[in-house]
Design a protein around this ligand. Structure first.
Ligand code: SF4
Ligand code: SF4
Length: 380
């Protein structure tokens, strides 16, 4: 049975004790890292925000993992590609991750400028090949280090979704552009997961994010650290800590259907804390229509995936153009005025995730998406 450990930790000042305990419960760091191994810590650097915003992996978690890797005589490397074009270096600085890594002698890697390998996806449903940052494929051990958060498109983001950042720069936008819906994007995430050599996940669940994650939600304490060698199982347990059903999360359900992971809690050996004792209800980014879950996805999506369209908030927009540069289908034009063309919008939420001013809101609609397709929003 696959093991997932849960350890209580109520302060980032104790993160190293918590991470070590979580790893010891699943065999200890030496069962993953041999002396001389290069160990890539794939952190979550969605966008340049400080640790207290609870968007990026906390630097104390990264510090803890670097020290633990060094204690096993491994070489720690830290890397990611942030959600927005050209934002990774700034995110490394602002998140505090570059600071702790360099202080401890760990190499810091911006995946956007580290070169790529082309990786075939033989069993891919949405993607047949992938451009992956070279350091991910070159490392002896890869560790996914996600943050416990909700996600407006995929409902939950964790260890599996964190791997999306192994794809440098604009290729992430292209995948959003190809897939569009939550269901198809989740299928692509599992395509990616199916070919990446990831050996371990250590989750920062001390302070997560509820509501409109992964960027615009509210920080939420859950005071836990989770670890597992199976990312899907870790995500199943982590989403249960939030009091979400893993079966309601498209990427986890798809992983199970494709035989790529375990999401049934009775088939997972949860060690450390009792799951019921650490459950914290997180607010969802949108309502799940559980009663429709038995329908085929093509029919269910008509109901479940109600269009929540991105609308700019006039008084917050500074016309920085980050949304325009990152929209995968060129649906946004920023000049003296800001236009959103809903004829083109595929509801990927890249603009919403990446706007540094919190200048885009998602609005619900009970109407079919087609009723919005001629609408153009003019804010200035
Ligand atoms: S909406 Fe946000 S990302 Fe877009 S131009 Fe305005 S401030 Fe920049
Ligand atoms: S307008 Fe925003 S949500 Fe729509 S496709 Fe562009 S980036 Fe994605």
């Amino acid at each position: 049975m696959v093991k997932v450990s849960i350890v209580k930790c109520d302060s980032y000042d104790h993160a190293e004790i918590g991470v070590k305990k979580a790893l010891d419960l699943i065999g200890g760091i030496k069962s993953f890292v041999k002396p001389g191994d290069s160990v890539l810590l794939k952190v979550n650097l969605l966008t340049p925000k400080p640790p207290e915003a609870a968007i990026t992996t906390h630097p104390k978690m990264v510090e803890a993992m670097i020290n633990i890797v060094h204690s096993a005589s491994g070489e720690a490397l830290v890397g990611d590609s942030s959600g927005g074009l050209g934002l990774t270096d700034k995110a490394l600085e602002v998140s505090g991750i570059r600071g702790v890594a360099e202080k401890l002698g760990a190499k810091v890697i911006n995946f956007d400028s580290a070169g790529t390998y082309t990786v075939d996806i033989p069993m891919g449903k949405e993607l047949s090949k992938l451009y992956v940052a070279k350091p991910v494929m070159d490392a002896d051990v890869v560790v996914s280090m996600p943050k416990l958060k909700t996600h407006a498109l995929t409902l939950y983001t964790g260890a599996v979704k964190n791997l999306f950042g192994t794809i440098p720069g604009g290729n992430k936008s292209l995948i959003h552009g190809i897939t569009g819906s939550s269901e198809r994007f989740s299928e692509a995430l599992i395509d990616i997961y199916s070919v990446l050599p990831v050996h371990l996940a250590v989750m920062d669940g001390i302070v997560g994010m509820e509501g409109l994650g992964p960027h615009m939600g509210t920080p939420k304490r859950s005071d836990v650290i989770l670890a597992s060698k199976e990312l899907v199982a870790l995500d199943a347990v982590a989403s249960s800590v939030m009091d979400f059903s893993p079966h309601d999360i498209p990427m986890l359900r798809i992983a199970k259907e494709r035989g790529l992971g375990t999401i049934d809690l009775d088939k997972i050996d949860i060690v450390g804390e009792n799951l019921d004792d650490v459950k914290v209800g997180f607010k969802k980014p949108y309502k799940i229509y559980k009663s429709l879950m038995f329908l085929p996805s093509s029919i269910r999506n008509l109901f479940v995936e109600k269009p929540r369209l991105p609308f700019p908030i006039k008084k917050k927009c500074t016309r920085c153009k980050i949304c325009e540069e990152n929209c995968p289908v060129d649906a946004i034009k920023v000049s003296n005025e800001l236009y959103f063309d809903y004829n083109k919008c595929i509801i990927c939420y890249c603009c919403y995730e990446l706007c540094p001013e919190g200048g885009i809101e998602l609005k619900k609609s009970l109407l079919p998406r087609s009723s919005y397709q001629t609408r153009v929003k003019k804010v200035r």
